[in-house]
Design a protein around this ligand. Structure first.
Ligand SMILES: C[S@@+](CC[C@H](N)C(=O)[O-])C[C@H]1O[C@@H](n2cnc3c(N)ncnc32)[C@H](O)[C@@H]1O
Length: 314
């Protein structure tokens, strides 16, 4: 776990444009005059003198060009005839934003996103395929994947269902393929006790953990995923720990920005996170919709206080 505290900004919520300055580190490489070797009427490179057979002249370039064209024509039926395009799957793609961004960034890659509902995306690039399906059912994709991605899937599956999902991931990857999973802890923590005693935000983690347990949809995925992934047969597992600040209270620019965004995620998400759990599995008795509204409203307000330096682990 990362226990390094995030520094609190002494000038909370101020933006100093001078801090944004950074210098371009681009350097240009001077071109040099190349020395060729002419032998038997052909031109050769001189970097590895007499160690490489191919001439490097117009006649040989013509041959390389023809070879390039042959390779393309031979794979005329592939979406990308230039190389074996990587195939990526995003399990539980939600709004599809991750899949859409990856597809935009890697136009030669096929990126599939699958979810229980159609994503709200109006337009996606042709190499991005968003599908509606339940990943607990049989996987019918015929091509194995190079990479399978899962993010914020806590509460999606029961313990045995997770085993099924990881096994399916393992079986659907090419040799050498990998999965990556990013999960969040619902507990709100501080390094400086800035969350006041008796605050409702402090109760959120245990409260939702309890509901999730009773629903057989545990949300301790952050802490269990390593063992489950290992159990499915994956090797060479790497972990990276984060503290995601909530609110723009941090001093470092990227933490401040992440915190402002995360406050936004909490503010817009908390009602949806709590409503199903608390009205169906709340304690001591099932909560009413209005009780949930009041509870999440107060937590939103507590988290907005710049003196509260909360984060959640990821
Ligand atoms: C909290 S959202 C995260 C969405 C997305 N991964 C992200 O990071 O923005 C979890 C998603 O998993 C999907 N999901 C849950 N169970 C699923 C299942 N059995 N098959 C496919 N998707 C599922 C949900 O519908 C939901 O959109």
């Amino acid at each position: 776990m990362s226990d390094k505290p995030i520094t609190v900004d002494p000038e909370l919520n101020t933006d100093n444009p001078a801090r944004d300055d950074y210098q371009s580190e681009t350097t240009s490489v001077a071109s040099s005059t190349y020395r060729w070797l002419i032998e038997n009427g052909r031109r050769y490179q001189t970097m590895r003198e007499n160690k490489y057979w191919s001439p490097a002249d117009e006649q040989q370039f013509e041959s390389l060009e023809a070879g390039h064209a042959v390779a393309i024509v031979m794979d005329f039926d592939k979406p990308n005839p230039l190389f074996q395009a990587p195939n990526i799957l995003d399990v539980g793609t939600g709004s599809g934003l991750w899949a859409i961004d990856v597809a935009d960034m890697l136009p030669e890659t096929t990126v599939r996103g699958v979810d229980l509902f159609p994503p709200p995306a109006a337009w996606v690039s042709p190499n991005c395929i968003l599908e509606v399906d339940d990943v607990l059912q049989e996987w019918t994709w015929t091509e194995p994947f190079d990479f399978i991605h899962l993010r914020i899937m806590l509460g999606s599956f029961g313990v045995d269902e997770w085993k099924v999902v990881y096994k399916k991931c393992y079986d659907s990857l090419k040799p050498g393929g990998w999965i990556e999973q990013l999960e969040l802890d619902a507990h709100l923590e501080t390094d400086d006790n800035s969350l006041p005693q008796g605050s409702l935000a402090a109760t959120w983690g245990d409260n939702t953990f309890g509901c999730a347990e009773r629903a057989d949809r545990r949300i301790d995925t952050l802490n269990t995923m390593r063992a489950s992934i290992e159990q499915a047969g994956f090797i060479d597992i790497h972990e990276r720990d984060y503290k995601w600040p909530i609110g723009a209270w941090a001093k470092e620019k990227h933490f401040k920005e992440a915190g402002a965004l995360n406050y936004n995620m909490w503010s817009s998400g908390i009602e949806g996170w709590g409503m199903w759990y608390l009205t169906k599995f709340g304690e001591p008795s099932l909560w009413s919709r209005d009780q949930v509204f009041t509870y999440v409203g107060k937590i939103r307000w507590e988290l907005k206080n710049p003196r509260v330096h909360c984060y959640q682990r990821a």
